[in-house]
Design a protein around this ligand. Structure first.
Ligand code: PGA
Length: 252
């Protein structure tokens, strides 16, 4: 049985003080008997080291929200995979739709980032998803296929054990509109098939595919009970301990 991963993508929210408050509240209230769920928080870069320190003796793991694919050098404003790994992070979100649309990240860049993250021992949370227009004009499957094939180009079968895919339909992110459990499960199944075509069925069966896009306490249980949905990447609802915890509890 695949484990579930519930990850909070804080985006550009929380300073150091509110990071300490939110993480402390999550740790204090979290059920420590979660057998099949891993919990991850992804604060902004400025809070990562503090988050790692705070979560040391807990079940909460820490991830970054982005990285650059070069090792070091003249890349003003960027942070490398090695730097993220060095302070104790385990995960890194790569290719989030906000990175793709606002910051112009291409599948090629995302692929380079994924390979670099893996090389440094980080677990990429690789985000994919179609826009509303792509869903409506019937190109959704082609879009997902291109994102998956180009994003995973050159990633080996054994490296696949360290990758998580987050299916996040762009029209559901931050909008309050959630994909129905059936729509999400169908897309996850399609993505799993793509991965089976690229690798084999055991890689596809072991792959964790999270859903992201307005997941909240009210819809988490139904989404997470679907056979192909292995967790969530949660934005808005991860910014309050109680709603994040209730999603975590819904995963068990
Ligand atoms: P949301 O964001 O839960 O606020 O829709 C999800 C995400 O962008 O990862």
């Amino acid at each position: 049985m695949r484990r579930k991963i519930i990850a909070g993508n804080w985006k550009m929210n929380n300073n150091l003080k509110s990071t300490v408050e939110l993480i402390s509240e999550i740790i204090n209230k979290m059920d420590n008997h979660l057998e099949n769920t891993d919990v991850v928080v992804c604060p902004p870069f400025t809070s990562l080291e503090t988050a790692v320190e705070l979560t040391k003796n807990s079940k909460v793991r820490v991830g970054a929200q982005n990285m650059f694919y070069e090792k070091n050098g003249a890349f003003t404003g960027e942070v490398s995979a090695e730097m993220i790994k060095n302070i104790g992070c385990e995960y890194v979100i790569i290719g989030h739709s906000e990175r793709r649309t606002i910051f112009g990240e291409s599948n090629e860049w995302i692929n380079k980032k994924i390979k670099k993250a893996l090389e440094e021992g980080l677990k990429p949370i690789f985000c994919i998803g179609e826009t509303l227009e792509e869903r409506q004009n019937g190109t959704m499957e082609q879009v997902l296929k291109t994102q998956v094939f180009e994003g995973l180009s050159g990633v080996t079968e054994s490296q696949m054990a360290n990758i998580i895919i987050a299916y996040e339909p762009v029209w559901a992110i931050g909008t309050g509109v959630t994909a129905s459990p059936e729509q999400a499960d169908e897309a996850h199944k399609y993505v799993r098939n793509l991965v089976e075509n690229l690798y084999n069925s055991s890689v596809a069966q072991e792959l964790i595919i999270q859903y992201g896009g307005s997941m909240k306490p009210e819809n988490a249980k139904e989404l997470l009970s679907k056979p192909n949905i292995d967790g969530g990447l949660i934005g808005g609802a991860s910014l309050k301990a109680d709603s994040f915890l209730s999603i975590i509890n819904a995963s068990n």
